[in-house]
Ligand binder design. Structure first.
Ligand code: MD3
Ligand code: FE
Length: 216
């Protein structure tokens, strides 16, 4: 057989290195989409999205919830991982099997075999929501990577350095993109620019991001 496909790309998602230890796998969540969307609906029915308050007293524009053994929470006393949803007093919903599978496949693809996250933070952005520049450093073992899955409306992801004042690169994160952040990129500052309005065929006027962490 001699046709155009003899010279096609190697199998697997398109890979883009953002920095040492930071890998973007374009479209890697698409094969999981049909399982992910109902799983997100089930988790958020049991633990609804809410707008957390920062220790400084600001209400976040991004709405959040969690699943897994631990969930990330913020209130006037600080940021922490907690085994229970403070709204209900119950443990967070279990992490759906398709979440675990996608996180493990993506981490292995990026060179982190055996990634078994115990926390998944689910962020929901409506148009106008943003996440200001920050580091993720509340996790106990910073040798574990973070895996992030973008769904719905596209976002401009801001990727800085190890100091808040380092230069910032911007990447478009689209529906189905998965990124893995580990090694020397694990403590880089990052954020999400104000979400532009739009309509996504599956998710409507919304962006959802899943971040998988080894928190405990
Ligand atoms: C780079 N979420 O939940 S995911 C967060 O799109 C968070 O909702 C963003 O930042 C979002 O904390 C970005 C990408 C991400 C997550 C963790 C990182 C990038 C990271 C940790 C280190 C470096
Ligand atoms: Fe973060």
């Amino acid at each position: 057989m001699h046709d155009l496909f003899d010279h096609a790309e190697p199998a697997g998602p398109e890979r883009e290195a953002m920095a040492e230890g930071a890998l973007l796998l374009r479209g890697a969540a698409l094969p999981f989409e049909d399982a992910l969307l109902p799983a997100i609906a089930a988790v958020t029915a049991a633990a609804p999205f809410r707008h957390l308050v920062t220790p400084g007293g600001f209400t976040m524009s991004v709405a959040m919830t969690n699943c897994g053994a631990a969930g990330w929470v913020s209130d006037r006393s600080g940021y922490r991982y907690d085994g229970r949803d403070p709204e209900s007093g119950r443990p967070w919903p279990a992490m759906p099997e398709c979440f675990r599978a996608l996180a493990a496949v993506a981490a292995a693809e990026a060179g982190y075999p055996g990634f078994a996250p115990d926390a998944c933070l689910i962020n929901r952005y409506a148009p106008g929501a943003r996440l200001s520049l920050h580091q993720d450093r509340n996790e106990r073992d910073l040798a574990q990577p973070i895996v992030s899955v973008s769904l719905g409306l596209p976002a401009r992801f801001q990727f800085g350095g190890l100091k808040r004042t380092d230069p910032i690169a911007t990447y478009a994160l689209r529906h189905g993109d998965v990124a893995v952040w580990g090694g020397p990129s694990r403590l880089r500052f990052h954020g999400v620019a104000t979400l532009k309005d739009g309509e996504h065929p599956k998710l409507g006027r919304m962006r959802i991001n899943l971040t998988f962490r080894g928190a405990l």
